[in-house]
Design a protein around this ligand. Structure first.
Ligand code: TZP
Ligand code: MG
Length: 238
């Protein structure tokens, strides 16, 4: 079957460069709002955005998604604007898309709705991302490329942003997971900062995915910019 341009694997791989995940729980304790953080992060050049509101009611996530969508530039994801996906809530992504909003798809974890069902519900032109943390999970993902468009691999380091997260994989195990997920594009997540860019790029990573690094930067705009620039510099040297 023909793969729509939004799901072009190399376009998605390029968009893994500076992937920003956030929800109210990540910014509100720091005195910021999701919309202000997103506005600044867009300005700083993020290439992928995920709304991850935990815990939250569907209607609240939908309303937040509408507000985020109002900030996105017009045009094609991965070309004119960052990709935009919603964590876990296939129902909310579906509703937002039905409203004509630029929600490109969802990101699901291992215990969320299985990706076959996510794909069936959202259709052939939606982006489906999957979290993986082992060679076994990545090997399975690589057998499901009809349904999955990219994998998040982590935690790379230990993280403070996910309560139930296991210990960090470290570089060698990260590489083994990234290889097992081939041909799927990946991003490294979990305690990642710009300083990790050279190692992740050298160990088969396709990009950097962060919550805290950007949320906790004195300037979200500059945090986003540093993340993107670090990746671009690392790739240029690899
Ligand atoms: N999945 C694996 S680690 C993680 C998630 C959602 C949290 C990443 O946040 P941070 O603050 O960049 O470590
Ligand atoms: Mg989940």
């Amino acid at each position: 079957a023909h793969r729509p341009a939004v799901r072009d694997r190399e376009r998605i791989r390029r968009a893994m460069t500076a992937y920003f995940v956030l929800g109210p729980q990540d910014v509100e304790p720091l005195g910021r709002t999701v919309t202000d953080a997103v506005r600044e992060a867009l300005d700083g050049g993020i290439t992928f955005l995920q709304l991850r509101a935990k815990p939250a009611d569907a209607g609240d996530v939908l309303q937040l998604a509408r507000e985020v969508c109002a900030l996105l530039p017009q045009g094609e994801p991965g070309v004119d604007r960052p990709y935009f996906v919603i964590d876990d809530r296939v129902d909310v992504a579906w509703a937002a898309r039905r409203e004509g909003l630029p929600v490109d798809g969802v990101h699901v974890g291992q215990t969320d709705l299985p990706v076959e069902h996510v794909r069936a519900l959202l259709g052939e032109d939606a982006i489906v991302g999957l979290s993986t943390g082992s060679v076994e999970e990545a090997t399975k993902a690589a057998q499901l490329t009809e349904y999955v468009d990219y994998v998040g691999i982590g935690p790379y380091h230990n993280t403070v942003s996910k309560a139930d997260a296991p210990d960090g994989l470290g570089t060698e195990r990260f590489e083994a997971v990234a290889d097992a997920a081939r041909p799927l594009p990946n991003c490294a997540i979990g305690g990642v900062t710009p300083a990790d860019a050279p190692e992740i790029a050298a160990h088969h990573g396709d990009g950097l995915c962060v919550i805290s690094y950007i949320c906790r930067s004195a300037s979200i705009r500059e945090g986003a910019r540093s993340l993107r620039e670090a990746w671009e510099a690392a790739v240029a040297e690899t």
